[in-house]
Design a protein around this ligand. Structure first.
Ligand code: C2O
Ligand code: CU
Ligand code: CU
Length: 431
Protein backbone atom coordinates (compact mmCIF):
# COMPACT_ATOMS: atom_id res chain seq x y z
CA UNK A 1 0.00 0.00 0.00
CA UNK A 2 1.15 3.56 -0.73
CA UNK A 3 1.01 6.16 2.02
CA UNK A 4 2.15 9.71 1.15
CA UNK A 5 4.42 8.44 -1.63
CA UNK A 6 5.97 5.72 0.53
CA UNK A 7 5.44 2.06 -0.20
CA UNK A 8 4.43 0.50 3.12
CA UNK A 9 4.69 -3.19 3.91
CA UNK A 10 3.86 -5.05 7.07
CA UNK A 11 5.29 -8.36 8.22
CA UNK A 12 4.32 -10.30 11.32
CA UNK A 13 6.60 -13.09 12.49
CA UNK A 14 4.39 -15.83 13.91
CA UNK A 15 4.13 -19.47 14.89
CA UNK A 16 2.08 -21.98 12.93
CA UNK A 17 1.99 -25.47 11.54
CA UNK A 18 2.68 -26.67 8.01
CA UNK A 19 2.07 -29.97 6.27
CA UNK A 20 5.58 -30.34 4.87
CA UNK A 21 4.97 -34.06 4.37
CA UNK A 22 1.44 -35.39 3.72
CA UNK A 23 -0.55 -35.97 6.88
CA UNK A 24 2.10 -34.59 9.25
CA UNK A 25 1.63 -31.27 11.02
CA UNK A 26 5.06 -29.75 11.52
CA UNK A 27 5.44 -26.75 13.82
CA UNK A 28 6.94 -23.92 11.76
CA UNK A 29 7.40 -20.17 11.81
CA UNK A 30 6.50 -17.71 9.07
CA UNK A 31 5.74 -14.09 8.23
CA UNK A 32 1.99 -13.47 7.91
CA UNK A 33 1.45 -17.21 7.66
CA UNK A 34 2.81 -20.51 8.92
CA UNK A 35 5.86 -20.80 6.65
CA UNK A 36 8.04 -18.36 4.65
CA UNK A 37 6.69 -14.86 3.97
CA UNK A 38 5.14 -12.72 1.24
CA UNK A 39 7.22 -11.54 -1.73
CA UNK A 40 7.84 -7.82 -1.32
CA UNK A 41 8.45 -5.72 -4.41
CA UNK A 42 9.56 -2.13 -4.98
CA UNK A 43 11.07 0.08 -7.65
CA UNK A 44 14.33 1.91 -7.73
CA UNK A 45 13.82 5.43 -6.41
CA UNK A 46 10.88 4.51 -4.19
CA UNK A 47 10.83 5.06 -0.45
CA UNK A 48 9.74 1.97 1.45
CA UNK A 49 8.68 1.50 5.05
CA UNK A 50 8.10 -1.81 6.78
CA UNK A 51 6.19 -2.52 9.96
CA UNK A 52 7.85 -5.59 11.43
CA UNK A 53 5.78 -7.11 14.24
CA UNK A 54 6.94 -10.00 16.39
CA UNK A 55 4.33 -12.50 17.60
CA UNK A 56 6.95 -15.12 18.40
CA UNK A 57 7.80 -16.12 21.97
CA UNK A 58 11.34 -14.76 21.57
CA UNK A 59 13.23 -11.82 20.02
CA UNK A 60 13.92 -11.88 16.30
CA UNK A 61 14.96 -9.37 13.63
CA UNK A 62 14.43 -8.91 9.90
CA UNK A 63 17.48 -8.25 7.75
CA UNK A 64 17.16 -7.06 4.13
CA UNK A 65 19.80 -9.26 2.53
CA UNK A 66 21.50 -7.57 -0.45
CA UNK A 67 19.94 -4.18 0.20
CA UNK A 68 21.88 -0.93 0.18
CA UNK A 69 20.50 1.01 3.16
CA UNK A 70 21.47 2.78 6.39
CA UNK A 71 22.98 0.51 9.05
CA UNK A 72 20.22 1.34 11.54
CA UNK A 73 17.64 -0.05 9.04
CA UNK A 74 19.64 -3.16 8.18
CA UNK A 75 17.87 -5.52 10.59
CA UNK A 76 20.98 -7.20 11.92
CA UNK A 77 21.66 -8.23 15.52
CA UNK A 78 21.59 -4.59 16.68
CA UNK A 79 17.96 -4.17 15.57
CA UNK A 80 16.24 -7.03 17.37
CA UNK A 81 12.49 -6.89 17.89
CA UNK A 82 11.22 -8.16 21.25
CA UNK A 83 8.03 -10.27 21.43
CA UNK A 84 4.98 -8.06 21.10
CA UNK A 85 7.00 -5.15 19.72
CA UNK A 86 6.99 -3.55 16.25
CA UNK A 87 10.07 -2.23 14.43
CA UNK A 88 9.63 0.38 11.68
CA UNK A 89 12.58 0.74 9.30
CA UNK A 90 12.35 3.03 6.27
CA UNK A 91 14.77 3.69 3.41
CA UNK A 92 14.98 4.60 -0.26
CA UNK A 93 15.58 1.93 -2.90
CA UNK A 94 18.81 3.00 -4.59
CA UNK A 95 20.26 0.07 -6.50
CA UNK A 96 19.61 -1.90 -9.70
CA UNK A 97 16.77 -4.39 -10.17
CA UNK A 98 17.52 -7.63 -8.35
CA UNK A 99 16.20 -10.63 -6.47
CA UNK A 100 16.93 -9.88 -2.82
CA UNK A 101 15.52 -11.56 0.27
CA UNK A 102 14.77 -10.98 3.91
CA UNK A 103 15.34 -13.17 6.93
CA UNK A 104 15.93 -12.92 10.70
CA UNK A 105 19.40 -12.13 12.06
CA UNK A 106 19.08 -12.34 15.89
CA UNK A 107 22.40 -12.74 17.66
CA UNK A 108 23.26 -16.43 17.94
CA UNK A 109 19.85 -17.68 16.77
CA UNK A 110 19.74 -16.96 13.03
CA UNK A 111 20.02 -20.62 12.03
CA UNK A 112 17.02 -21.65 14.12
CA UNK A 113 14.82 -18.76 12.95
CA UNK A 114 15.55 -19.27 9.26
CA UNK A 115 15.30 -23.05 9.56
CA UNK A 116 11.83 -22.81 11.11
CA UNK A 117 10.69 -20.91 8.05
CA UNK A 118 11.26 -17.18 8.46
CA UNK A 119 12.34 -15.89 5.03
CA UNK A 120 10.89 -14.20 1.97
CA UNK A 121 11.88 -12.59 -1.32
CA UNK A 122 12.28 -8.85 -1.89
CA UNK A 123 12.24 -8.06 -5.61
CA UNK A 124 13.54 -4.77 -6.97
CA UNK A 125 12.66 -3.34 -10.39
CA UNK A 126 14.17 -0.52 -12.44
CA UNK A 127 13.94 0.93 -15.94
CA UNK A 128 16.40 -1.56 -17.37
CA UNK A 129 14.54 -4.55 -15.97
CA UNK A 130 11.22 -3.12 -17.14
CA UNK A 131 12.53 -2.71 -20.71
CA UNK A 132 14.34 -6.07 -20.83
CA UNK A 133 13.18 -9.00 -22.94
CA UNK A 134 12.70 -11.28 -19.98
CA UNK A 135 9.71 -13.20 -18.69
CA UNK A 136 8.06 -10.84 -16.20
CA UNK A 137 4.67 -12.09 -15.21
CA UNK A 138 5.02 -13.00 -11.55
CA UNK A 139 3.84 -16.52 -10.80
CA UNK A 140 3.22 -17.23 -14.49
CA UNK A 141 6.53 -17.06 -16.34
CA UNK A 142 8.55 -15.28 -13.63
CA UNK A 143 8.63 -17.77 -10.80
CA UNK A 144 10.30 -17.55 -7.40
CA UNK A 145 11.96 -20.77 -6.24
CA UNK A 146 13.12 -20.77 -2.62
CA UNK A 147 15.15 -23.95 -2.15
CA UNK A 148 15.54 -25.33 1.38
CA UNK A 149 16.33 -28.66 2.99
CA UNK A 150 14.84 -30.05 6.19
CA UNK A 151 15.33 -32.90 8.59
CA UNK A 152 12.31 -34.13 10.57
CA UNK A 153 12.44 -36.12 13.80
CA UNK A 154 10.26 -39.16 14.58
CA UNK A 155 7.37 -36.88 15.51
CA UNK A 156 7.60 -35.02 12.23
CA UNK A 157 9.06 -31.92 13.86
CA UNK A 158 11.92 -29.84 12.48
CA UNK A 159 15.25 -31.01 13.73
CA UNK A 160 18.51 -29.13 13.79
CA UNK A 161 20.72 -32.14 14.30
CA UNK A 162 23.50 -32.09 16.78
CA UNK A 163 25.58 -34.75 15.10
CA UNK A 164 28.44 -32.41 14.32
CA UNK A 165 27.91 -32.41 10.57
CA UNK A 166 29.56 -29.54 8.77
CA UNK A 167 28.62 -26.91 7.82
CA UNK A 168 25.45 -27.60 9.83
CA UNK A 169 22.27 -29.63 9.46
CA UNK A 170 21.92 -31.16 6.00
CA UNK A 171 18.37 -32.45 5.64
CA UNK A 172 17.20 -35.15 3.27
CA UNK A 173 13.94 -33.39 2.39
CA UNK A 174 14.14 -30.63 -0.19
CA UNK A 175 11.42 -28.00 -0.52
CA UNK A 176 10.67 -25.47 -3.24
CA UNK A 177 8.65 -22.61 -1.73
CA UNK A 178 7.84 -24.80 1.27
CA UNK A 179 6.56 -27.69 -0.88
CA UNK A 180 7.97 -31.19 -1.38
CA UNK A 181 7.52 -32.41 -4.94
CA UNK A 182 6.57 -28.93 -6.19
CA UNK A 183 5.52 -28.39 -9.79
CA UNK A 184 4.75 -25.40 -11.97
CA UNK A 185 2.45 -25.37 -15.00
CA UNK A 186 4.24 -23.56 -17.80
CA UNK A 187 2.17 -21.68 -20.38
CA UNK A 188 4.94 -19.77 -22.18
CA UNK A 189 7.95 -20.83 -24.28
CA UNK A 190 10.33 -19.50 -21.68
CA UNK A 191 10.16 -19.35 -17.95
CA UNK A 192 12.34 -17.32 -15.60
CA UNK A 193 13.23 -18.94 -12.30
CA UNK A 194 14.40 -16.70 -9.46
CA UNK A 195 16.43 -19.18 -7.46
CA UNK A 196 17.25 -18.52 -3.82
CA UNK A 197 19.22 -20.91 -1.68
CA UNK A 198 17.33 -20.29 1.55
CA UNK A 199 18.94 -23.25 3.32
CA UNK A 200 20.96 -22.87 6.45
CA UNK A 201 23.90 -25.06 5.38
CA UNK A 202 23.43 -26.97 2.14
CA UNK A 203 25.00 -25.89 -1.16
CA UNK A 204 23.13 -26.93 -4.31
CA UNK A 205 24.23 -27.48 -7.88
CA UNK A 206 21.04 -26.64 -9.77
CA UNK A 207 20.23 -27.46 -13.37
CA UNK A 208 18.17 -29.61 -15.72
CA UNK A 209 19.27 -33.08 -16.82
CA UNK A 210 18.06 -32.49 -20.38
CA UNK A 211 18.72 -28.86 -21.26
CA UNK A 212 20.85 -25.81 -20.67
CA UNK A 213 19.60 -22.57 -19.19
CA UNK A 214 20.40 -18.89 -19.61
CA UNK A 215 21.82 -17.32 -16.49
CA UNK A 216 20.54 -13.73 -16.54
CA UNK A 217 21.18 -12.39 -13.03
CA UNK A 218 23.22 -13.07 -9.92
CA UNK A 219 22.61 -11.85 -6.33
CA UNK A 220 22.52 -8.14 -7.04
CA UNK A 221 21.05 -7.93 -10.54
CA UNK A 222 21.37 -8.53 -14.26
CA UNK A 223 24.58 -9.70 -15.90
CA UNK A 224 25.92 -7.72 -18.84
CA UNK A 225 24.49 -10.40 -21.14
CA UNK A 226 22.93 -13.85 -20.69
CA UNK A 227 25.29 -16.79 -20.24
CA UNK A 228 24.25 -20.25 -21.31
CA UNK A 229 25.19 -22.94 -18.84
CA UNK A 230 24.22 -26.37 -17.58
CA UNK A 231 24.29 -25.86 -13.84
CA UNK A 232 24.67 -23.14 -11.29
CA UNK A 233 26.16 -23.68 -7.85
CA UNK A 234 24.27 -21.86 -5.11
CA UNK A 235 25.50 -21.68 -1.53
CA UNK A 236 23.25 -20.50 1.33
CA UNK A 237 22.11 -16.92 0.74
CA UNK A 238 23.05 -16.80 -2.96
CA UNK A 239 20.53 -16.12 -5.74
CA UNK A 240 20.53 -16.72 -9.49
CA UNK A 241 17.95 -15.92 -12.14
CA UNK A 242 17.80 -18.38 -15.02
CA UNK A 243 15.61 -18.56 -18.10
CA UNK A 244 14.59 -22.03 -19.30
CA UNK A 245 13.10 -22.98 -22.64
CA UNK A 246 10.20 -25.43 -22.87
CA UNK A 247 8.53 -27.36 -25.70
CA UNK A 248 4.75 -27.82 -25.79
CA UNK A 249 3.49 -30.73 -23.71
CA UNK A 250 6.82 -31.71 -22.19
CA UNK A 251 7.86 -32.13 -18.58
CA UNK A 252 11.27 -31.57 -17.04
CA UNK A 253 12.68 -31.17 -13.55
CA UNK A 254 14.98 -28.70 -11.92
CA UNK A 255 17.43 -30.96 -10.18
CA UNK A 256 20.12 -30.54 -7.59
CA UNK A 257 23.17 -32.44 -8.79
CA UNK A 258 26.10 -33.50 -6.65
CA UNK A 259 27.62 -30.20 -5.64
CA UNK A 260 31.26 -29.59 -6.47
CA UNK A 261 32.43 -28.00 -3.25
CA UNK A 262 35.97 -27.50 -4.51
CA UNK A 263 38.45 -29.38 -2.37
CA UNK A 264 36.27 -29.82 0.69
CA UNK A 265 37.38 -32.88 2.67
CA UNK A 266 34.68 -35.56 2.79
CA UNK A 267 33.69 -35.67 6.48
CA UNK A 268 32.92 -31.99 6.26
CA UNK A 269 30.61 -32.50 3.30
CA UNK A 270 28.35 -35.07 4.94
CA UNK A 271 25.15 -35.15 2.97
CA UNK A 272 26.69 -32.70 0.54
CA UNK A 273 26.56 -35.10 -2.35
CA UNK A 274 22.89 -36.00 -2.14
CA UNK A 275 20.93 -35.30 -5.30
CA UNK A 276 17.34 -34.05 -5.35
CA UNK A 277 14.52 -33.05 -7.65
CA UNK A 278 13.51 -29.53 -6.72
CA UNK A 279 10.75 -28.39 -9.06
CA UNK A 280 8.90 -30.03 -11.93
CA UNK A 281 7.98 -27.91 -14.95
CA UNK A 282 4.93 -29.11 -16.90
CA UNK A 283 4.37 -27.38 -20.21
CA UNK A 284 0.89 -26.90 -21.65
CA UNK A 285 0.09 -28.29 -25.10
CA UNK A 286 0.38 -24.87 -26.61
CA UNK A 287 2.76 -22.22 -25.36
CA UNK A 288 2.69 -18.44 -25.74
CA UNK A 289 5.82 -17.29 -27.60
CA UNK A 290 8.48 -15.53 -25.54
CA UNK A 291 11.57 -13.70 -26.90
CA UNK A 292 15.20 -14.68 -26.37
CA UNK A 293 16.45 -13.06 -23.16
CA UNK A 294 18.07 -9.72 -24.01
CA UNK A 295 18.48 -6.30 -22.45
CA UNK A 296 20.50 -3.15 -22.63
CA UNK A 297 22.80 -2.99 -19.65
CA UNK A 298 21.47 -0.20 -17.55
CA UNK A 299 23.42 3.04 -17.76
CA UNK A 300 23.29 3.22 -14.01
CA UNK A 301 24.18 -0.39 -13.28
CA UNK A 302 26.28 0.46 -10.27
CA UNK A 303 28.79 -2.33 -10.64
CA UNK A 304 30.05 -0.88 -13.92
CA UNK A 305 31.20 2.21 -12.15
CA UNK A 306 33.42 0.19 -9.82
CA UNK A 307 37.02 0.37 -10.93
CA UNK A 308 39.82 -1.68 -9.49
CA UNK A 309 42.28 1.13 -10.19
CA UNK A 310 40.30 3.37 -7.85
CA UNK A 311 40.58 1.03 -4.89
CA UNK A 312 41.96 2.99 -1.94
CA UNK A 313 42.23 0.16 0.56
CA UNK A 314 42.81 -3.59 0.53
CA UNK A 315 41.65 -5.64 3.49
CA UNK A 316 42.38 -9.30 4.11
CA UNK A 317 39.99 -11.79 5.67
CA UNK A 318 41.16 -15.28 6.56
CA UNK A 319 38.59 -17.86 7.63
CA UNK A 320 39.38 -20.98 9.65
CA UNK A 321 36.83 -23.31 11.25
CA UNK A 322 34.91 -20.62 13.15
CA UNK A 323 37.03 -17.46 13.07
CA UNK A 324 37.53 -14.56 10.71
CA UNK A 325 41.05 -13.18 11.14
CA UNK A 326 41.35 -15.20 14.34
CA UNK A 327 38.35 -13.58 16.00
CA UNK A 328 34.77 -14.48 16.74
CA UNK A 329 31.87 -12.06 16.79
CA UNK A 330 31.71 -9.50 19.56
CA UNK A 331 28.68 -7.20 19.47
CA UNK A 332 30.73 -4.54 21.26
CA UNK A 333 33.74 -4.57 18.93
CA UNK A 334 33.99 -2.89 15.53
CA UNK A 335 36.40 -4.85 13.36
CA UNK A 336 36.74 -2.56 10.36
CA UNK A 337 36.10 1.12 9.73
CA UNK A 338 35.48 2.08 6.13
CA UNK A 339 35.68 5.61 4.79
CA UNK A 340 32.55 6.69 2.99
CA UNK A 341 33.00 6.95 -0.77
CA UNK A 342 35.97 4.61 -0.82
CA UNK A 343 36.34 1.79 -3.28
CA UNK A 344 37.93 -1.19 -1.52
CA UNK A 345 39.27 -4.61 -2.32
CA UNK A 346 38.51 -7.36 0.20
CA UNK A 347 40.71 -10.42 -0.19
CA UNK A 348 38.94 -13.39 1.35
CA UNK A 349 40.38 -16.84 1.84
CA UNK A 350 39.25 -19.95 3.68
CA UNK A 351 42.22 -21.90 4.99
CA UNK A 352 40.30 -24.99 6.11
CA UNK A 353 38.86 -27.83 3.99
CA UNK A 354 35.24 -27.18 5.01
CA UNK A 355 32.50 -25.23 3.25
CA UNK A 356 32.31 -21.50 4.01
CA UNK A 357 30.82 -18.50 2.31
CA UNK A 358 31.40 -14.78 2.69
CA UNK A 359 28.58 -12.24 2.80
CA UNK A 360 28.88 -8.46 3.15
CA UNK A 361 25.95 -6.27 4.20
CA UNK A 362 25.06 -2.96 2.49
CA UNK A 363 26.94 -3.51 -0.78
CA UNK A 364 27.01 -5.53 -3.97
CA UNK A 365 30.57 -6.46 -4.89
CA UNK A 366 32.36 -7.64 -8.00
CA UNK A 367 34.49 -10.79 -7.90
CA UNK A 368 37.73 -9.63 -9.55
CA UNK A 369 39.51 -12.96 -9.44
CA UNK A 370 39.64 -16.36 -7.79
CA UNK A 371 43.23 -17.30 -7.00
CA UNK A 372 44.32 -15.07 -9.85
CA UNK A 373 41.91 -16.55 -12.40
CA UNK A 374 38.93 -14.68 -13.83
CA UNK A 375 35.66 -15.58 -12.08
CA UNK A 376 33.32 -18.20 -13.57
CA UNK A 377 30.12 -16.87 -15.24
CA UNK A 378 28.07 -17.52 -12.11
CA UNK A 379 30.38 -15.09 -10.26
CA UNK A 380 30.51 -12.51 -13.06
CA UNK A 381 27.56 -10.37 -11.99
CA UNK A 382 26.85 -8.28 -8.91
CA UNK A 383 27.21 -10.39 -5.77
CA UNK A 384 26.73 -10.03 -2.03
CA UNK A 385 27.50 -13.62 -1.03
CA UNK A 386 30.17 -15.90 -2.43
CA UNK A 387 31.01 -19.55 -1.86
CA UNK A 388 34.64 -19.97 -0.79
CA UNK A 389 36.42 -22.96 -2.20
CA UNK A 390 39.07 -23.85 0.37
CA UNK A 391 42.54 -22.36 -0.05
CA UNK A 392 41.65 -19.96 -2.83
CA UNK A 393 41.77 -16.20 -2.58
CA UNK A 394 38.65 -14.32 -3.69
CA UNK A 395 39.34 -10.67 -4.54
CA UNK A 396 36.15 -8.66 -4.09
CA UNK A 397 35.71 -5.08 -5.28
CA UNK A 398 33.13 -2.87 -3.56
CA UNK A 399 32.32 0.72 -2.73
CA UNK A 400 30.67 2.21 0.33
CA UNK A 401 28.76 5.07 -1.20
CA UNK A 402 26.94 6.79 1.64
CA UNK A 403 25.05 6.25 4.93
CA UNK A 404 27.73 7.02 7.46
CA UNK A 405 27.05 5.97 11.04
CA UNK A 406 29.88 5.65 13.54
CA UNK A 407 27.65 3.95 16.12
CA UNK A 408 25.75 1.30 14.20
CA UNK A 409 27.78 -1.37 12.39
CA UNK A 410 27.00 -3.54 9.40
CA UNK A 411 27.96 -7.23 9.40
CA UNK A 412 30.19 -9.45 7.30
CA UNK A 413 29.98 -13.18 7.91
CA UNK A 414 29.82 -16.74 6.72
CA UNK A 415 26.26 -17.45 5.54
CA UNK A 416 26.37 -21.05 6.73
CA UNK A 417 24.11 -20.05 9.59
CA UNK A 418 25.50 -22.40 12.23
CA UNK A 419 28.90 -20.86 11.57
CA UNK A 420 27.46 -17.36 11.78
CA UNK A 421 25.72 -18.14 15.08
CA UNK A 422 28.90 -19.68 16.45
CA UNK A 423 30.73 -16.44 15.82
CA UNK A 424 31.98 -16.38 12.22
CA UNK A 425 30.95 -12.79 11.88
CA UNK A 426 32.50 -9.37 12.17
CA UNK A 427 31.30 -5.78 12.19
CA UNK A 428 32.21 -2.74 10.11
CA UNK A 429 31.16 0.88 10.26
CA UNK A 430 31.06 3.39 7.42
CA UNK A 431 32.35 6.77 8.61
CU1 C2O B 1 21.56 -12.97 4.76
CU2 C2O B 1 23.87 -11.07 7.46
O1 C2O B 1 22.70 -12.09 6.17
CU1 CU C 1 22.83 -9.73 4.52
CU1 CU D 1 31.27 -21.08 7.33
Amino acid sequence: RMVDGTRVFSLTAQEGTTELLPGIETRTWGFDGPYLGPTLRAERGERVAVEVANDLPEATSVHWHGMHLPAAMDGGPHQEVEPGETWRPTWEIDQPAATLWYHPHPHGATEKHVYRGLAGLFLLDDDASAAADLPKEYGVDDVPVVVQDKMLDDDGQLELSDNGSEPGTLGGIVLANGTVGAYHEVTTERVRLRLLNGSTARTYQLGFPDREMDLVATDGGLLDAPVRLKQVRLAPGERAEVVVRMEPGETTRLHSFEADLGGVVVPFAMGGNDAFDVLELRAADSLTPSPEPAWTPSAHADHDTLRESEAAVTREFELDDRHINGRTMDMGRVDEAVTVGDTEIWEVRSIVPMPHTFHVHDVQFRVLSVDGDPPSPELAGPKDTVYLEPNRTYRLLMRFEDYTDADVPYMFHCHMLLHEDEGMMGQFVVV
